[in-house]
Design a protein around this ligand. Sequence first.
Ligand SMILES: NC(=O)C[C@H](N)C(=O)O
Length: 344
Amino acid sequence: HPTLFHKRTSDISDLISFNASLPNVTILAMGGTIAGSASSSTETAEYAAGSVKVDTLVEAVPDIKNISNVRGIQVTNVGSESLTPANVLNLTHLVLDEVAKDDVQGIVVTHGTDSLEETAMFLDMTVNSTKPIVVVGAMRPSTAISADGPMNLLNAVAVAASNRSIGRGTMILLNDRIGSAFYTTKTNGNTLDTFKSYEAGFLGMILDQRPHFFYSPATPTGKVYFDVKNTTELPQIDILYGYQGLNPKLAKSAVDLGAKGLVLAGMGAASWTNPGNEVIDGLINNQSIPVVYSHRTMDGYSDYSYNGIPAYFQNPQKARYMLMLAINAGYSIPSITEMFSLEY
Ligand SMILES: NC(=O)C[C@H](N)C(=O)O
């Protein structure tokens, strides 16, 4: 439908001419290193994230016009460490609008990698659509030699535009690998092969703009959807880190400062200290605060939870968005416990 892709406002632009035989993909740009620029082409660590606009990103990859008509929406333009749940909720509303359009085949979200998995997880749990949603970032700024952003963006558009990608939920694409948002995590602060999904594995890979999936479309076991169409504000959920001699009182302080739920990045398979557990127990019993026991280890299954809720395979940052969405939906502690346990 040409008219949709020919609308021009200050933050929505047609980037290339319309070709009726190609699928339409909407790119929502959040910022990050993929939109970063440095003072020299060899600089890959010191640079300003979120300084290049979506139009420029797309113009740098002319091959995109051979695979789809793209429309860019600049949502934010910041490093992903600066994004808030409010920004992610706003993005989700825009994604919901886009997937509801008959002529939109798929969605690409360009995003900083530091918190990319959090946004992807949130989208995966709130956008109940078979249309592909691909969250993409880069590890090198756009000004670097061998910048990875242009190829990642081209690949992301190719995945979003492909019928092979239908029914696979929200995906994370970097370094030619396609992972499920539900399980993919950033493992290295600097390298190109940073996104991994050790236990679950990748969904597939992309070669020459052709996505190859290893399995038929499948929803991760236990994935629950939350309707946030009418949500305007999300509850505060904080994460606490586990370590020898951890300060047990921080949990109570977090609740005093407004947390409606807590996620623990516990040691090993989610262990927490005895004095720490006693404070948590008080929060659960006296203040009905849901506390999810996750793990600071990158992988593994946490069923240890003292009197709290085990996060099983979910890492703290993904468990946090699950807990936030459940509390927002009015779930009780037993229903939250059940939601986490559904996975296994
Ligand atoms: N590689 C990156 O995108 C890192 C950057 N700090 C960000 O998350 O926005």
